[in-house]
Design a protein around this ligand. Structure first.
Ligand SMILES: [Zn+2]
Length: 445
């Protein structure tokens, strides 16, 4: 067998060049190209492979190594093959060129998450070729449509092909970026839960009229501007939840730093002193967030607008329901609440997996082989991943990976859906070896 680093680097570059850009439209993505590349890469290793294509071109690939004991646990390694669009003129290199420069692979998806999709495939193929026959079943899933709503990928598979993807344990993005704890030892965050997504369209109505006489008119755009201002200035209450408490406890920070972050009355003020990316993250972890993102309204320069639609991205905490979002909106809007109607809402509640599990123990044990003295810390992901579909059907799903020390937590966060996305080849090797070791630890006799 050749060199692992070269093999995973080469596969990642293929996936980047395929440019499976998902803009949310049904006819985007074209993940079939990467399903093809992965299927031919895995072919001949003795895995059972199956493709699923609920819409043309939206192909997911399942490769399976059947365990010897039906009562042993099943592990599913899941990587998505789609990527989000780019603004190419803001990049220093071709976002789909997959150039290898000074030990880094550049391109859309290098971090989110073709790096892991590639390293999982390499680990699975090498395990199969080595003759590894586990007690439990190993499934590799290269899934389409993660970057929209999972409609043609994980949502479809968990709902309509449950036998193909049923698993006790699922690992997907993101996590595993090494950060130094308060005591100097390394911490590796594991995404054990994620916030809910509630996307809504709010409508503000007014009364049309001639814009040459605006005095005392009922202008929907002017009302909408005030609605936007109130939404963005509203301060939802601080909620200290279990994952947050465990995260802070696990970071080994001094008490004077931790205490205000655990106090709902002091948390907001203490964020002011933190670097902005950390403050944003900590804020999102402990609050429902409201972000007005799209406004549509008005028909002509000389017409007083009678309708404005506002899209708002609301992210909910564990346990929150759509009714909670509704009353939050009412509080934020105050006396304007009855001027605003919800015309559309897509509510996808928060999900969580338990922390005390055999998978947790495996990840901790195995990670210490790569990072001596490291500890796992549970974390709430503020964005949504395909893990949510698997948690809802009963699997324990974590976001994890392993990265080199070259990548800082800040850079990592910035490159998600950002410009100049790239990953170092050492991180690719580390995550490949991680998947191999995790599989052996969890599934071997
Ligand atoms: Zn992703």
């Amino acid at each position: 067998m050749g060199d692992v680093t070269a093999e995973v680097t080469d596969l990642l570059r293929h996936l980047i060049r395929n440019a499976c850009v998902n803009d949310g439209a049904r006819d985007s993505g074209h993940e079939v190209r990467s399903a093809d590349v992965l299927a031919s890469y895995l072919d001949g290793a003795g895995l059972d492979m199956e493709r699923y294509e609920p819409a043309p071109g939206r192909t997911s690939l399942v490769a399976r190594m059947e365990g010897r004991r039906p009562d042993a646990p099943t592990l599913l390694l899941m990587g998505h093959t789609d990527v989000v669009p780019v603004s190419p003129d803001r990049w220093r290199r071709d976002p789909f060129g997959a150039e290898l420069v000074d030990g880094e692979v550049w391109g859309r998806g290098a971090i989110d998450m073709l790096n892991l999709t590639a390293s999982m495939a390499v680990a699975v193929r090498r395990l199969a070729e080595s003759g590894f026959r586990p007690d439990g079943t190993l499934i590799y899933l290269a899934v389409a449509d993660e970057e929209a709503l999972g409609t043609w990928g994980a949502d479809h598979l968990t709902a309509h092909e449950p036998d193909a993807v049923r698993a006790d344990y699922v690992i997907t993005e993101s996590g595993g970026i090494p950060v130094t704890g308060g005591d100097g030892a390394l911490r590796l965050p594991v995404m054990v839960a994620e916030k809910g997504t509630c996307w809504m369209t709010l409508r503000v109505e007014g009364t049309p009229g001639h814009a040459s006489q605006p005095y005392r008119t009922d202008n929907a755009l002017v009302t909408a501007a005030e609605v936007v201002r109130r939404l963005s200035e509203h301060r939802p209450e601080t909620r200290i939840h279990d994952t947050w408490r465990r995260f802070l406890a696990g970071m080994g920070l001094p008490d004077e730093l931790t205490a205000p972050l655990l106090d709902p009355d002091r948390l907001i003020d203490s964020l002011a002193d933190l670097p902005v990316s950390m403050a944003r993250q900590f804020h999102a972890c402990t609050h429902t967030t409201l972000a007005p993102t799209v406004a549509r309204g008005g028909v002509k320069t000389n017409v007083i607008p009678d309708r404005v639609d506002l899209e708002v991205d609301v992210r909910t905490l564990p346990g929150q329901t759509f009714d909670d979002v509704r009353s939050l909106l009412d509080r934020a809007l105050g006396d304007l609440a009855d001027r605003v109607s919800i015309v559309e809402a897509h509510d996808d509640p928060s999900t969580a997996s338990p922390v005390e599990t055999p998978l947790w123990d495996t990840l901790g044990r195995v990670s210490r082989r790569f990072y001596d003295g490291s500890h796992l810390v549970p974390m709430l992901s503020v964005g949504a991943t395909d893990a949510r579909f698997f948690r809802r059907v009963g699997a324990t799903a974590y976001g994890f990976g392993l990265f080199s020390r070259k990548l800082s937590f800040e850079d990592y966060g910035r490159m998600f859906h950002g410009d100049d996305e790239r990953v170092d080849v050492e991180s690719l090797r580390l995550s490949t070896e991680l998947w191999t070791a995790v599989t052996q630890d969890l599934l071997a006799p």
